[in-house]
Design a protein around this ligand. Structure first.
Ligand code: GZL
Length: 340
């Protein structure tokens, strides 16, 4: 539909005497539209010389050390490149994110970046952005939409793979035998859904291992501690291992285990995801056994991607961050080289 309108625009341009063709890249041939004017789907309009690129970023909140590292990386990179960044902290509420996106559209930003709290409920506002011809880049978490032209690209880790890595490591550590309690991330969030899925899939290969209890602790340290306290209260004897969807929840669980007189890292094995500094410190102290990296340093790749988009490049629908697992055996040697 948008493509047809675009071809028509070029035909009209030809009739008026300019050169061009429908097969040519829409962005390069675009009559220089001002911010917020109709342009082809997902095409970022080049900003006039001297004009600052304006990016609206709707962030999840500040629930974890990982999140803080992501925010800092994006803010620092924007400042370094002279990009005006409109930053909106949604404080964990999707309704706030939707409001922020609407306000970015109204302000005619050049590009909207969203780290979506949950996977569903995005279509209406993304259609509004599409109608206003503002390209949307998803960062760190994916969404479910019936029409993937509603966003330009997703830059994120493969959370299913992260879950698999954690399970594979744990199965090996526990010799294929044992009961695990799971601390899930935010209900409905892509990393919670996929880290649970990948872990369960891999664990199914080990019939001697099972998840005894699983509950959301919302990716925070405080809730990780709270949920772990409840697990300890109800079934202390059976807790052999903890799988936490992020390091912050694992650090909260460590606190709960210690307060209950248990020995995290020794009589209870813990594996989590993110590889933040606090996790390395806990590994060096012998309290956390392993963590799977999930890189939050999105700044450089995000603004490189925006630059490519604005230069008219066709972007892949998914740009993957590569992750790896670190365990206690390498923690002391690696900790000083960690950037977050
Ligand atoms: C990962 C992400 C998660 C981190 C958490 O991409 O969305 O959210 O693992 C964070 O620590 O809060």
């Amino acid at each position: 539909m948008t493509g047809r309108i675009w071809c028509l625009t070029i035909v009209l341009t030809l009739l008026l005497g300019s050169s061009g063709g429908c097969e040519q890249k829409a962005t390069t041939d675009a009559p220089s539209a001002g911010k917020g004017q109709q342009t082809p789907e997902n095409a970022a309009t080049p900003t006039a010389a001297g004009e600052k690129l304006v990016v609206g970023f709707s962030q999840v909140g500040a629930e974890s050390a990982w999140r803080t590292a992501e925010t800092t990386s994006i803010k620092d990179e924007a400042a370094k490149r002279g990009v005006e960044l409109k930053f909106a902290d949604a404080q964990g509420k999707q309704a706030n994110q939707i409001k922020a996106v609407r306000s970015f559209i109204a302000q005619h930003v050049d590009v909207i970046v969203i780290a979506p709290i949950v996977e569903t409920g995005w279509e209406p506002v993304l259609r509004e952005a599409q109608r206003a011809a503002v390209p949307v880049i998803l960062i760190d978490r994916g969404i479910q939409v019936s029409d993937d032209s509603l966003y330009t690209t997703l830059i994120a880790s493969d959370f299913v793979e992260e879950g698999r890595m954690a399970a594979e490591w744990l199965a090996q550590k526990m010799g294929g035998q044992g009961e695990i309690v799971e601390l899930q991330g935010t209900t409905g969030a892509a990393p919670a859904i996929d880290r649970q899925k990948g872990f369960a899939e891999e664990l199914a290969k080990h019939p001697g291992m099972k998840i005894a209890k699983t509950q959301s602790a919302d990716f925070t340290r405080a809730k990780g501690k709270e949920v772990m306290e409840a697990f300890i209260k109800s079934d202390r004897e059976h807790i052999q291992a903890v799988y936490a969807h992020n390091d912050d929840m694992a650090l909260g669980a460590i606190q709960a285990l210690e307060e209950a007189g248990m020995h995290p890292g020794k009589d209870v094995i813990l594996v989590s995801i993110d590889a933040v500094r606090g996790a390395f410190e806990a590994m060096v102290a012998g309290k956390l056994n392993a963590t799977v990296e999930c890189n939050p340093l999105f700044g450089p790749i995000l603004f490189d991607t925006i630059e490519k988009l604005r230069a008219g490049a066709t972007l892949p629908k998914y740009i993957k961050n590569e992750d790896r697992l670190f365990d206690q055996s390498v923690a002391a040697e690696v900790i000083d080289s960690r950037e977050y």
